[in-house]
Design a protein around this ligand. Structure first.
Ligand code: 6GU
Length: 241
């Protein structure tokens, strides 16, 4: 599939300063400058209407921690997407909620988003929670980035954005650079070496200096398999989800 339009990524957060500069380096910076992606940060607090500008409140039923309120998030989505009914979103629009309760984000999901979305709104949760009516009415996809708890969804939004943007057509220097990535074929990447050939007595494997591309390819595949078997054996026995 060929992408003709820029991908727009809008991030809703109670900590907008978290994102100053993180998208201003390397591939993401280049993709922004090339007009491949546009990234906007929205402060959830700016959508509050009460005197105290409250973004969170105590949980009904009691318990520790605070819960992000529905109202400012509904107002933000309404302003950004023109509706707060999921069914009325334009084609290619996704609203992603980042929480530890989501599906674990995988390379295949990054590829799907890079290929098929035009507009992604990411809502950064706080670890204590987000009012469930946000999930019920607004969210199309709830993602986690792994089985550990972060204090908020902000680092996850950065991770998910990076994983998607680098897969956008023309974001990488050469079209083939992403083909050999770890996880693309349920395999970790093979080891790499650069100059010098002899670094403090540690030598680069001979095959890589041989100029025999078939042998080099075979070696890389073998090393990728060995690494995966040793570190992530479960990848070898399942479809990439
Ligand atoms: Cl998306 N949010 C939080 N708070 N913790 C996480 C996470 C997200 N993914 C893994 N841990």
């Amino acid at each position: 599939m060929i992408r003709f339009t820029i991908l727009k990524i809008d991030i809703l957060t109670i900590f907008p300063e978290f994102f100053t500069e993180v998208f201003d380096f390397g591939i993401i910076r280049r993709a922004k400058l090339a007009g491949i992606v546009e990234i906007n940060i929205y402060d959830i607090r700016s959508f509050t209407t009460d005197k105290h500008r409250m973004t969170d409140d105590r949980p009904f039923g009691g318990g520790d921690g605070m819960v992000l309120k529905a109202e400012p998030i509904f107002r933000a989505i309404e302003q950004i997407l023109g509706t707060c009914e999921r069914e009325k979103y334009a084609d290619g629009t996704k609203v992603v909620l980042l929480t530890p309760q989501g599906r674990v984000f995988k390379q295949a999901m990054a590829k799907e988003f890079a290929d098929e979305t035009r507009h992604i709104v990411m809502i950064c949760g706080r670890y204590e929670g987000v009012d469930e009516r946000v999930n019920e009415m607004l969210v199309t996809d709830e993602f986690s980035i792994g089985d550990y708890v972060l204090s908020g969804g902000e680092p996850a939004a950065i991770v998910v954005t990076d994983a998607i943007v680098r897969l956008l057509p023309n974001a990488l220097g050469s079209e083939t650079s992403a083909v050999n990535d770890s996880f693309t074929e349920n395999l970790l990447d093979c080891p790499h070496y650069t100059q010098p050939r002899d670094f403090r007595g540690m030598l680069v494997p001979d095959v890589l200096l041989s100029g025999n591309h078939a042998e080099i390819e075979k070696w890389r595949k073998q090393k990728a398999l060995e690494k995966t078997q040793k570190i992530r054996p479960e990848l070898l026995n399942k479809e990439n989800g």
